[in-house]
Design a protein around this ligand. Structure first.
Ligand code: HEM
Length: 142
């Protein structure tokens, strides 16, 4: 899954046509849907991520659906988010929210837990956690 590392090095959120099949390797649509669902379950259950939950405005089901659609394309599957909403421009879309290290870390607590629950192989967990941590850090705007 070296394409993931390459992609992260230039902070791109676009899908590269020659990227490998990380999407299939981790279990495809079903697993990605489960990760997005688990991510928001974690956020709602954990006391230490209450601040992150509190800055959400949209219904959780809507945010979960968008995260699922984004992750599908980002991991090399169908570009569901882009088809619906255009270019992800994720950093710009996060500008209305104050994202500092604390918020980033709360986000990563939820994502790490979701990945560890739904991706079976530790080596796959590791490369995706690493890549998504870089992306999360890129969302910081303070
Ligand atoms: C680093 C800390 C992050 C924080 C604090 C954060 C927080 C948020 C918040 C508050 C929203 C709006 C939800 C709502 O209005 O209810 C949002 C939207 C979203 N986030 Fe994040 N996020 C972070 C990182 C990420 C990362 C790394 C990704 C991608 C893997 C991501 C993917 C998305 C997507 C796809 C949306 C929907 C955007 C849209 O409105 O179309 N976020 N995020």
């Amino acid at each position: 899954m070296s394409w993931l590392k390459k992609r992260v090095s230039n902070n791109s959120t676009e899908r590269h046509p020659e990227q490998s099949n990380a999407y299939d390797v981790i279990g495809g649509d079903k697993v990605i849907k489960a990760i997005a669902h688990e991510f928001y379950q974690q956020m709602q259950q954990r006391k230490e991520t209450a601040e992150l939950l509190a800055i959400h405005r949209a219904p959780i089901a809507e945010s979960e659906q968008k995260l699922y659609e984004f992750l599908s394309g980002w991991l090399g599957g169908p570009n569901l988010y882009q088809q619906k909403y255009g270019h992800p421009a994720l950093r710009a879309r996060h500008m209305p929210f104050a994202i500092d290290e604390n918020m980033r870390d709360q986000w990563l607590i939820c994502m790490r837990a979701a990945i560890e629950i739904h991706i079976k192989k530790p080596e796959h967990q590791q490369v995706i956690i690493q890549a998504i941590s870089t992306l999360a850090d890129h969302m910081r705007n303070q």
